[in-house]
Ligand binder design. Sequence first.
Ligand code: SF4
Ligand code: SF4
Length: 472
Amino acid sequence: MAQDSEHFRDSIGTINEDGKRAWVYPKKPSGKLYEYRKYVSYALLLFLVASPFIKINGNQFLMFNVLERRFNIFGFPFWPQDFHLFVISMIIGVVFIALFTVAFGRIFCGWMCPQTIFLEMVFRRIEYWIDGDRGAQIKLDRQEWNAEKIRKRTLKWFLFFIISFLIANVFLAYLIGSDRLIRYVIDGPLQHVGTLVSLLIFTSVFYFIFAWFREQVCIIACPYGRMQGVLLDNKSIVVAYDHKRGEGENGRKKFRKSEDRNALGNGDCIDCNQCVNVCPTGIDIRNGTQLECVNCTACIDECNTIMDKVNLPKGLIRYASEDEIVKKEKFKFTPRLKGYTAVLFILTGILVGMLFLRNDLEATILRLPGQLYEHKPNNVISNVFTYKLINKTTKNVDDVHFKLLSHKGNIILVRHEDFDVPAQDLSEGTLFIEINNSALKDDKEKLEIGVYSGDKLIETTTTSFLAPRSYK
Ligand code: SF4
Ligand code: SF4
């Protein structure tokens, strides 16, 4: 029987027998789930495009400025000093996706992944609009270059380029910040040739991905796709073909009017191949869960339409686990899921706690390397320090000065007295701390220093102070 063949395992769906790329011409999807996916995609596209332009307390909502090592996540600015928070956020993201994958398979790929959304909901829909549905696309591809083909290809490639260019701009807004991007646009591209070149490189990459590489990203390049084999088990809910029902006793058979399929022992699958034709990764879901399946649900919609037409119950392809199909078991919260959920809660708790404990102004005061201490008149010991103040807010911090909180003594700034720390910037300098020997109990004393803005204590920090051994 065809369904017993393991031939499909010999190669991935988009490579033909000669080892060449088998171009996929998926049928235009339609159905209830596709409609839902459209709404989800519109919302996510809006989120993706708007996020770099939304400000919270003056901070860009999402920004990943790798070059300057500045990140904003949900309006919280992260500096290199907050890298641990950034790492925890990333770990939470990975655990979150892993948890969902264990429970619901590649639901992220089908419904939320930017690659799927842009490809299926933007580029592919332009293609359907210009080239037509599957049959028309195959015909156009095979036909000689004539006026119609030149017109359609030129229009399609031009639109693909424009959209890739817009995506590259949004991408750049995430990287360098939307304010800077807008400033560059107003200045004109010739004022920022380097940025223009980067923009064109990004545009070419997006164009290459969406015009040509397409589903290969999910099949070959995406590391998340490769993890499926480890994360999925028989209890994971995935887009699945109900092989028990579809194959029956005698396997799938073509549909014949007025036949009694039950009596004949035929499965409910009428072998119409529509689920294969509609698949954007070119696979046959009836072969079981496969690496290439991005859980886009197009085959569910398509099969439901067919089932409607032949008066059979819908859901031959549906969201289901292997255990549900074979053993009729319902979804269970397995120990593995409980473990992932516990880890997720703990990490989220740690992150929230750290975010609350994080200060808007971070102060570091360190002894100048290689320097010991200096004796001053009146039995005073002096140490020299460097200070660094990072203002993570969007407002200037004015009239900043330091006070010794733990000891009696003086703090003397080298260059100036009170100073300002500009918004989202840092201030560095050198200072001396002078303490009378009578106040020192150890040769290495821990000091607590307050950072004040005017009269307001805004941060405390500690540092160590060296004194001669005789003071022990
Ligand atoms: S669309 Fe449904 S009936 Fe048609 S081949 Fe696929 S599983 Fe069988
Ligand atoms: S098998 Fe179905 S769900 Fe999976 S990628 Fe193909 S059409 Fe989408």
